[in-house]
Design a protein around this ligand. Structure first.
Ligand SMILES: Nc1nc2c(c(=O)[nH]1)N[C@@H](CN(C=O)c1ccc(C(=O)N[C@@H](CCC(=O)O)C(=O)O)cc1)CN2
Length: 297
């Protein structure tokens, strides 16, 4: 029997558990506050930001919603970040990615105050993560570690193959898997668009994290019996549905499920965990910046 890992349920558990930490902050008159900044007309990005706002409301995090025209000058975004950096009431700042092409993404990540960088994308936070002393773990790979732990998958000594080398998922995931820490101690292979014989690599894996953004690029023929499959892909493809599209992962679900001991679905797998770990980082940021010593789940 394949364990279909229910990301919605695990994420709900994290949101419920975070209530106790938020209560600890509230007892000291601290309301954790997250500012989301959206500079995009991409419908998927709009959906994610709106879901993040709703999640904040559910758990008692104050959410500030900043929207900037996608064709506004880049300076408008930089000025907004400066203001949010200076605002003592703001604990966390999230600039939804991707930003428009005329905006220098790396410069954006560098101007966010590292203490407020709840995405964990600032170079200082990336460096701390690689050094094994993370301030804020990036939300998606952190969420995947939580999913694996909840599903009882021990990564120690396992062969983990990460397909995709993005700054948001692939690179931090590979780093976390290789660390001498819980959720790490794996032997890690990172595959990408120039990898030759991908199927040979994925067939050797105990754990496959598919994060390439290519619909159904990994199917059952590329996997070994008993593998754990984590599907990060959330691809909108045209379909005859009410919304006009359906969500497809980077994994061909049915054939992969036949091989897997555990697998995440799309939707309802990694996506909700990305959002839950953003709340976690925001509460952590509020604790750090207020000096209130909170316990985190
Ligand atoms: N600043 C950031 N930008 C982006 C990040 C990030 O971590 N920080 N990650 C991705 C996308 N992402 C976060 O914003 C994200 C993706 C998916 C979901 C989600 O909840 N998906 C649902 C389905 C939602 C739907 O109906 O479309 C699911 O999988 O069940 C949340 C966040 C890029 N940008």
């Amino acid at each position: 029997m394949t364990d279909v890992i229910d990301g919605n349920a695990v994420a709900q558990g994290i949101r419920d558990d975070l209530r106790a930490s938020i209560d600890q902050l509230e007892a000291e008159d601290v309301t954790p506050t997250l500012a989301t900044v959206l500079m995009s007309d991409d419908p998927a990005s709009e959906t994610y930001v709106s879901m993040k706002q709703d999640d904040c409301e559910e758990v008692g995090i104050e959410a500030i919603d900043v929207e900037i025209d996608s064709d506004a000058p880049a300076e408008e975004l930089f000025e907004t970040i400066d203001e949010l950096n200076a605002d003592e009431n703001v604990d966390g700042i999230l600039v939804q990615m991707p930003v428009p092409e005329h905006v220098d993404k790396r410069a954006v990540l560098e101007v966010i105050d590292p203490e407020k960088d709840v995405d964990g994308f600032h170079p200082e936070n990336v460096g701390r993560l690689v050094a094994g002393n993370a301030r804020y773990k990036p939300c998606t790979p952190h969420g995947i570690q939580k999913l694996l732990a909840t599903a009882g998958v021990d990564t120690e000594g396992k062969d983990a193959v990460v397909v995709g080398r993005s700054d948001i998922v692939g690179k931090p995931m590979a780093n976390l898997f290789m660390q001498k820490a819980d959720g790490g101690n794996a032997t890690v292979t990172v595959c990408h668009s120039r990898t030759e014989n991908l199927a040979e690599k994925t067939r050797d894996a105990d754990i496959v994290v598919a994060a390439a953004g290519v619909p159904e690029m990994i199917d059952g023929s590329m996997l070994s019996e008993g593998v754990v499959v984590i599907d990060v892909g959330i691809n909108r493809v045209d379909a005859d549905t009410e919304k006009g599209y359906e969500l497809i992962g980077d994994v061909e679900y049915d054939s992969a499920k036949d091989k897997a001991s555990a697998i995440t679905p799309v939707p309802g797998g990694v996506g909700p965990m990305t959002r839950a770990m953003l709340l976690y980082n925001t509460v952590k940021a509020a604790g750090r910046q207020s000096g209130v010593d909170i316990e985190l789940p």
